[in-house]
Design a protein around this ligand. Structure first.
Ligand SMILES: *Cc1c(COP(=O)(O)O)cnc(C)c1O
Length: 658
C-alpha cells in the first residue's frame, strides 16, 4: 500500500476541515466514562431529542414526546423481541413518535397562524411515497384525525392506497405524479366522495386528459397546477425546480392552462398552486425564495380570475441527521417552528400586498413526519482487527525487516509523520522485493506484521496528541477495525450507499463503558459497497465509528436511527437479503405493547420473487443426493442432514441466525 493508494477519493472529499479534534482516545481511563459522555460522543441530544436519550444503565431510551416522561429501554425491548422469536435485524417502529411528529407539525403551523393572525388554515398531507407500508399510512390517517391530515399520491398505485386509506369525511387527497386518463378519471369520480380530491397538473398533456374526462363523466374537476419555479432548491435535489425540472409547468404553460380553462368557463376549477423544490433542503434561504416566488404566482392566478384557495408548498422540510443545526446536507439550519412561520408569513405578506384573500396552506412533508419513528436494530457477528501486541524482534534476516523494526522502536509523538512515511516506504519495498523474487512468503508476512505494528503504535501515539495531522487521517481509518453486521445496507439503508446519506448509528447498550475501538461497519452482502464508513459528526464527517470491544459469545447491538423515510421502499434484494422483521411498538402506562408484527421475507419468498420454484429446487437437490447415495458417495445420514438444512433454510429468515 502506498500513501497515494490508501487515500480513497470519498474520504478526501469528506474531510472538509484541515485538522479535526481527536476523539479516538483509547488511552482515557475507563473509570471516568459515563452514559452522559456516550450521549455526547454520539450527539444523541442533537439528532435524537426528545425521543432518544441514554439512560443511567447505559442503554438507549425511547420516549414518545417531550411532555411525556415514560420511556422504553431499547436494549430490553430488543431482548424481549428476540424471546418472542423475532430475529435480528429488526425494524422497530414507535407509533407514539409518529403521533408526536404529526402533532408537532400541525401545532407549529397553528402557532404561526395564531401569531401572524393568518386568516386561513393549514392542512398538511403525508406523501405516501416516503413510506407506503400499510400500517404506517393507516397510523398517519389515525393520528392525523384531529387536524384532518391528508394524503398525497405520487403515482397510480399510491392513488389506490390514498383512496382506500383516507376514509375521513373532508379528508384531503392531493394527486401528483404522472397521470394517464384512467388515473384522472378515478380521481375525478373520487371527488364525489365526501372528501377533497385535488388533481395537480404536472404536465400540459394532463390538461387534455382532464378536460376529456370531465366531459365524459360530467364532473367539474378540482384542479391544481405544479409550477416550475425559477428559484432552485439546493444540494442533491436542487434540480427538482428550475427550467429543467422533470415535473411541473413552465410559466407559459400555466398561462395556457388558465386560457384554456377560461375558454370553457372553468376558471373556478383551478384552485391550487403546488411547488416542490426537493427533499432535505438544509438551508432556509432557498425555501424562502421559493415561497416568495410561488406566493406571487398564486396572487397572479387569483387576479386572472382563477378560484384558487390552496397553496401547496410541497416537501423539503429537512431532518437534523447529525445534530449540528447547520446547512450541511445531513442537517438543517432552521427549526420546524421557523419553517412554519416563514411559510405563513411569506404567503400572508404577498396576499396582503395584493389585497386578495389568503389560501389554505398545504404542505407535503414526508421525511419530517416519518423519519424519526423507525429504528433498525442489528447485531455484530464478527470483527476484523489488527492485533496490537509488541511484535518483538523480526523473524527473519532481510534488511527491510530490520528497517521496519527500527521504525517501530523509534516512534515518538514528535516524529509520527516521519515514522509513518518510513513504514510505508519499507512496506512498499518489501512488496516489490517479493514481486521480483528476493523475499519469501514468510518474510513478506513478517514485513506486513511489522508494518501493522507500526501503524498501531503510531495510532496510539496520535491519541495523545490534540490534533491529528491531515496526512495521518487515513492511517486512523486503515488501522480501524471492521465490525461485520447482520444486515444489508442495500435492503435497510440504501441511501447510505446510493447518495452517501448519513444516519445516526450507535450501540444501544454498554454506553456506561467507553467505546475504545474505531470501526467501520460491513454488512452481509458480498458487495464491497456494502459497508458504512461515513458517520455523523458535529464538525465533520467521521469515517469510523466509536464502538466497544466485541466480546465473543455476548450480543452486541447497534441501532440505526431516523431511517423511517425512503429506506424501506428503496431497499432491494441484493444478494437476496429480504425485508427485515418489523414491529410496531406503543407505550402503555405499564411498559409497552407490540401492536403489529410484520415478519420479514423468508428464503422461499425472495426466491419466488426472482422466479424460482422452491419445490423444484428441493427436488433438484434431492435427486442429486439420491444419485450420490446410489453410487455410495453419500451416506443416508449425510443425505438426511443436507435435505434438512436445505428445506429448513427455505422457510427461514434471509439473515444470519444463531
Ligand atoms: C417526495 C415528495 C415529497 C416529500 O418530500 P420530503 O422532503 O420527504 O418532505 C413531497 N411532495 C412531492 C411532490 C414529492 O415528490
Amino acid at each position: 500500500m502506498t500513501m497515494a493508494d490508501s487515500t480513497s477519493p470519498s474520504s478526501t472529499r469528506l474531510q472538509t476541515t484541515s485538522s479535526r479534534p481527536n476523539n479516538s482516545s483509547p488511552a482515557e481511563a475507563r473509570g471516568d466514562w459515563s452514559p452522559t459522555k456516550s450521549a455526547r460522543l454520539y450527539q444523541v441530544q442533537g439528532w435524537g431529542s426528545p425521543y432518544f436519550s441514554v439512560g443511567e444503565n447505559g442503554h438507549v431510551l425511547v420516549s414518545p414526546s417531550a411532555e411525556d416522561d415514560r420511556s422504553i429501554d431499547l436494549y430490553d425491548l430488543t431482548q424481549d423481541l428476540r424471546v418472542r422469536g423475532l430475529d435480528l435485524p429488526i425494524l422497530i417502529r414507535f407509533s407514539d413518535i409518529l403521533a408526536d411528529r404529526i402533532k408537532n407539525i400541525n401545532e407549529c403551523f397553528s402557532r404561526a397562524i395564531r401569531e401572524y393572525e393568518y386568516a386561513g388554515a393549514y392542512r398538511g398531507v403525508y406523501p405516501v411515497k416516503v413510506n407506503q407500508q400499510r400500517h404506517i399510512v393507516n397510523e398517519v390517517v389515525e393520528f392525523g384525525k384531529p387536524w384532518q391530515f391528508g394524503l398525497e399520491a405520487g403515482s397510480k398505485p399510491e392513488l389506490l392506497i390514498a383512496l382506500s386509506a383516507m376514509r375521513e369525511a373532508g379528508g384531503l387527497i392531493i394527486c401528483n405524479g404522472y397521470k394517464d386518463p384512467s388515473y384522472i378519471e378515478t380521481a375525478l369520480i373520487a371527488q364525489r366522495f365526501d372528501k377533497t380530491v385535488i388533481v395537480v397538473l404536472e404536465r400540459i398533456e394532463e390538461l387534455d386528459y382532464t378536460l376529456k374526462a370531465s366531459e365524459k363523466l360530467g364532473i367539474k374537476p378540482m384542479l391544481g397546477v405544479r409550477a416550475k419555479l425559477s428559484s432552485k432548491g439546493m444540494g442533491r435535489w436542487g434540480n427538482s425546480a428550475g427550467d429543467r425540472a422533470k415535473f411541473g409547468l413552465s410559466v407559459p404553460e400555466v398561462i395556457q392552462v388558465v386560457d384554456r380553462l377560461a375558454e370553457r368557463n372553468m376558471l373556478d376549477s383551478l384552485q391550487l398552486l403546488h411547488f416542490h423544490i426537493g427533499s432535505q433542503i438544509s438551508s432556509i434561504i432557498p425555501i424562502k425564495s421559493a415561497l416568495q416566488e410561488a406566493s406571487n404566482i398564486y396572487v397572479e392566478l387569483a387576479r386572472l380570475g382563477c378560484k384558487m384557495g390552496y397553496l401547496d408548498v410541497g416537501g423539503g422540510l429537512a431532518i437534523d441527521y447529525d445534530g449540528s443545526q447547520t446547512d450541511f446536507h445531513a442537517s438543517r439550519n432552521y427549526t420546524l417552528q421557523e419553517y412554519a412561520s416563514d411559510v405563513v408569513a411569506t404567503i400572508q405578506a404577498a396576499c396582503e400586498k395584493a389585497e386578495i384573500g389568503v389560501p389554505t396552506i398545504v404542505s407535503e412533508s414526508g421525511r419530517a413526519v416519518v423519519a424519526h419513528q423507525s429504528v433498525l436494530v442489528f447485531d455484530v457477528v464478527g470483527v476484523n482487527r489488527i492485533s496490537v501486541e509488541d511484535p518483538g524482534p523480526p523473524q527473519g534476516d532481510h534488511g527491510v525487516l530490520h528497517v521496519l523494526h527500527e521504525t517501530y522502536q523509534g516512534i515518538l509523538p514528535k516524529n509520527v509523520q516521519e515514522s509513518w512515511h518510513d513504514a510505508c516506504t519499507a512496506k512498499e519495498e518489501a512488496q516489490s522485493l517479493f514481486k521480483y523474487g528476493y523475499l519469501g512468503l514468510r518474510e513478506r508476512a513478517e514485513a506486513e506484521r511489522l508494518f501493522w505494528a507500526c501503524c498501531k503504535k503510531i495510532e496510539r501515539t496520535l491519541s495523545r496528541l490534540k490534533f491529528v495531522p491531515e496526512e495521518l487521517h487515513d492511517l486512523v481509518k486503515q488501522t480501524s477495525a471492521i465490525y461485520y453486521c447482520n444486515f444489508s445496507v442495500f435492503q435497510s439503508a440504501p441511501d447510505t450507499w446510493a447518495i452517501d446519506q448519513l444516519f445516526p448509528i450507535m450501540p444501544i447498550h454498554r454506553l456506561d463503558e467507553q467505546p475504545t475501538v474505531r470501526a467501520t461497519l460491513a454488512d452481509l452482502t458480498c458487495d464491497s459497497d456494502g459497508i458504512i464508513d461515513h458517520f455523523i459528526d458535529v464538525e465533520d464527517v467521521q469515517d469510523t465509528l466509536g464502538v466497544h470491544e466485541f466480546r465473543e459469545g455476548e450480543p452486541y447491538y447497534l441501532g440505526m436511527f431516523l431511517n423511517g423515510a425512503y429506506q424501506e421502499i428503496l431497499g432491494d434484494l441484493h444478494n437476496l437479503f429480504g425485508d427485515t422483521n418489523a414491529v410496531h411498538v406503543s407505550l402503555t402506562d405499564y411498559g409497552y405493547r407490540v401492536e403489529h408484527v410484520i415478519k420479514g421475507d423468508s428464503m422461499t419468498e425472495v426466491l419466488r420473487y426472482v422466479a424460482y420454484s422452491p419445490e423444484d429446487m428441493i427436488d433438484a437437490v434431492r435427486s442429486q443426493a439420491e444419485e450420490a447415495l446410489a453410487r455410495g458417495k453419500l451416506s443416508l445420514e449425510q443425505m438426511r442432514v443436507l435435505m434438512k438444512h436445505y428445506e429448513d433454510a427455505m422457510n427461514s429468515y434471509t439473515y444470519l441466525s444463531e
